[in-house]
Design a protein. Sequence first.
Length: 116
Amino acid sequence: QLQLVESGGGLVQPGESLRLSCIASDFTVAWYIISWFRQAPGKEREVVSCITSAGGSTNYADSVKGRFTISRDNAKNTVYLQMNSLKPEDTAVYYCNAKRGARAYWGQGTQVTVSS
């Protein structure tokens, strides 16, 4: 069964870091565009970052550029989101999405809370 599982969320103070992981089961992440989305309470889900399949090009939302880094470990079939210099406005549930053609899959999400 195709599945994405996120982990690594938690409660941190402003300025601290977290690394989120997105592990895929029964499909190869390297063949998919993998994106991280987030959704804060009362707000729409927004894309944070993505990494393409073949070349591994990356893109970031303006709000996280220079602070977040997306990467992929093909051997572990895992995509990471390294989040540095976290701000309270980064508080949200973070979701992993895998897309290839008409197929798209979502994980269950992991909560990130940035608060002093």
